[in-house]
Design a protein around this ligand. Sequence first.
Ligand SMILES: *Cc1c(COP(=O)(O)O)cnc(C)c1O
Length: 493
Amino acid sequence: MKLIFEKSIPGRDGFSLPSDLFEEIEIDKDIPEDFLDKNKKNLVEVSEVDVIRHFTKLSKLNYGVDDGLYPLGSCTMKYNPRINEKMASLGQFTHAHPLASIKMIQGSLEVMYQLNLLLCEITGMDQYTMAPASGAHGELTGNLIMRQYFVDHGEKRTKMLIPDSAHGTNPASAAMAGFEVIEIKSTSNGTVDLDALQNAMDEHTVGLMLTNPNTVGLYDGGIESIERIIHQKGGLLYYDGANLNASLGIMRPGDVGFDVVHLNLHKTFSTPHGGGGPGAGVIGVKERLIPYLPTPIIDYNANEKYFYLKDNGEKSIGMVRSFWGNFAVLVKTYAWILSLGPEYLYQASKTSIINANYVLKKLKKYYKPAYDQYCGHECTLTGREYKKYNIKTLHIAKRLMDYGIHPPTIYFPHFEPYAEETIMIEPPESESKENLDEFINVMIQISQEAESNPEILLSAPHNTPIGKTDDVLAVTKPILTYDDELRSIEQEK
Ligand SMILES: *Cc1c(COP(=O)(O)O)cnc(C)c1O
């Protein structure tokens, strides 16, 4: 497919203005020199038809959850029901302005108020803030809340414990909040090493950020001991609930002792993501941390029967985002929770766990599991058996694209020797057994190809618009514009 720059014809444009209404200007004469860019730009000159066709073609090269299985571990790429979109696009929501008088936006405020109650019920927490715009933003908010709590209690705590299996955003968020990050090793079972945790936890430590089931898809059965170790030393327990897909109706983080929880509404709660946003990384806390939540907090005046946003007082960490957060994401979440109800939320989690264990069971003969035990909503396999044919997990992933399937997460987690060449598969509840069987069969076929015809894997993908790329070059010298392309052709000569 041609770049749009290659379709450019000098002088062609997508509009024409009535010449009797607009004076023609001479750029060089009529615009002061200071305002002119000295570097000549390679701007595209194309017609409206060219633009529409170009971007329509581009959009067809895309792959999304509406095209097929998207088994990206740790991402919960599930189907987003259209009813969510329909609700979020109701005019009363899209036209609501956060600065309108609260009488005019009671419905929008009520959605946030009710969503808070539902999320509290689902997770066992006491109050949520809807402000954070992503999981990482929620983590930072949660860390700032914990920091404020200890400042308020006159305690100097500067360290944050984070298991080595944690999502990369955890240490980044803790560091941004000013904490020193201490890594806690996992055992060969993939769960937190309790001795290491006990040794690291002290009166100068804020607490632990934990994901459970963790980021390799395993439920950490040591949670009761973990809770005791952290709380005995006065610490706080943070739950990275970005992915809650194995927990709905099964385990409430608030019940097992977590003090702060973040949820990615754009994962478990079926609101779209993957293209960089918008998301919502709402933060829930236990009673004693409510005063530190960001401002504003949604509340209800029972006497006069109205919803309103209130300032959260002087202990609050302040605002973390303008206005209401990503409000449309909240509406979609609310629609999803109500359309499923308690029984089917539970079924969603149960199905996602069964799906992951089904894939694990069917594929473990071909791709040795990193941890051979039942998993949560995702399973971690490896491609290490194929190293003897010079095949790496990367090649397996690329070959999947030839079969029209989005590759799973690869090379995460990465602990030698048991978790190397990893393939992390998350088949959410919206996938049928037939879809999973198709994926499983393709994976088995690829494993046979690795043995009988490794060349076809090494040179994959073959059926995609762009074939095998040089991964290093793609990062260090990306070709994003026609100018970049010309430059690279020049360099090749
Ligand atoms: C996705 C994810 C995050 C980060 O969420 P973003 O919305 O991408 O910032 C954090 N932790 C875990 C476990 C995740 O899966």
